[in-house]
Write a new protein. Structure first.
Length: 305
């Protein structure tokens, strides 16, 4: 029997597509197990809930493909897949708009004190003068990574500022009248705001660290909607405390896998981070209802082809 292990939300159209291809959909329990034979699993649909390393993958001897809702393949051993003729697909275009809108929303909220003043009103405080905002059109925004999300974020920024710098180590010739392609040193020299849109790998882990911060010519705002480990939490906190970072918009954290326990520890770095000029969201930038439809469609097209 051909089965698909479904470990992520997908659209109704995607479910219908699988059923039309005569796949039986099976759903794992909280531990990734279930009442089925792993020999029958032909495909796996996942987000980042399953860690599909070599040990996990070898338990599925007839696995033919893995479909990843979202971007980033760090939870999948792609080298094992290549060695065992297992195809793998991701859907970065499907979340690009959602991530870009989320990053834009956090940035505007930070600049205009929307989140903090709302919290003050919830506590019965009507405070105006300290909540004067800063307009985005006066800032130079630096984007690192010009893939689907980085490009989408840059396009949205064009409505707010004419000063957008982009650095991508692996891409070139993408600049235009509104978006200036540059090297990393130029970005660090001129950017007031820096936003990361890169995958997590050995090259990008702690991309933003103390050394990177020191190379920033200006006190700056940090945005990270990629992966938590791209930005060193210690470097972020120290930058905020010193004033080198004047604000941060973080949808991801290094510590998010154990975040519930850490919230109970008053002395943990996350608790210290919350006392700074920071907006934190629980890794939901790509979690729009629309993104599920878009990612499902993107994966269907890849499986069809």
């Amino acid at each position: 029997m051909n089965q698909v292990l479904l470990a992520a939300n997908i659209s109704t159209a995607f479910r219908n597509f699988l059923e039309e291809k005569h796949f039986e959909i099976v759903v794992p329990d909280a531990n990734g197990n279930g009442p089925w034979s792993k020999h029958d699993i032909m495909g796996i649909i996942t987000s980042n809930k399953l860690i599909l390393d070599a040990d996990a993958l070898q338990k599925f001897p007839n696995l033919k493909w893995i479909a990843r809702l979202g971007s980033g393949m760090e939870s999948i051993d792609t080298a094992y897949c290549d060695a065992h003729q297992i195809k793998y697909y991701s859907s970065p275009a499907g979340i690009a708009n959602s991530v870009a809108e989320h990053a834009m929303g956090m940035l505007l909220s930070l600049l205009h004190n929307i989140h903090s003043s709302n919290n003050e009103i919830q506590n019965g405080q009507w405070i105006r003068e300290p909540n004067r905002g800063m307009e985005l059109e006066n800032f130079t925004v630096g984007i690192i990574g010009y893939g689907h999300t980085g490009a989408c974020f840059a396009q949205k920024l064009c409505a707010f500022t004419e000063s957008i710098l982009v650095y991508d180590k692996y891409k070139s010739q993408f600049g235009n009248d509104s978006i200036q392609e540059c090297d990393l040193e130029t970005l660090q020299k001129h950017a007031d705001i820096i936003s990361f849109h890169v995958p997590l790998n050995a090259e990008t882990k702690h991309y933003y660290n103390e050394d990177f911060s020191l190379k920033m010519n200006k006190n700056h705002i940090l945005i990270n909607t990629s992966r938590g480990a791209v930005a060193d939490t210690v470097a972020i906190l120290e930058g905020l405390q010193s004033g080198k970072i004047i604000g941060a918009c973080l949808d991801v954290l290094e510590e998010e896998k154990s975040i519930h326990q850490l919230f109970q520890n008053e002395n943990h770095i996350i608790k210290q981070l919350l006392k700074q000029h920071v907006i934190l969201t629980p890794h939901i930038a790509g979690y729009s209802h629309n993104a599920i439809e878009k990612m499902s469609e993107e994966l269907m097209q890849q499986l069809i082809s």
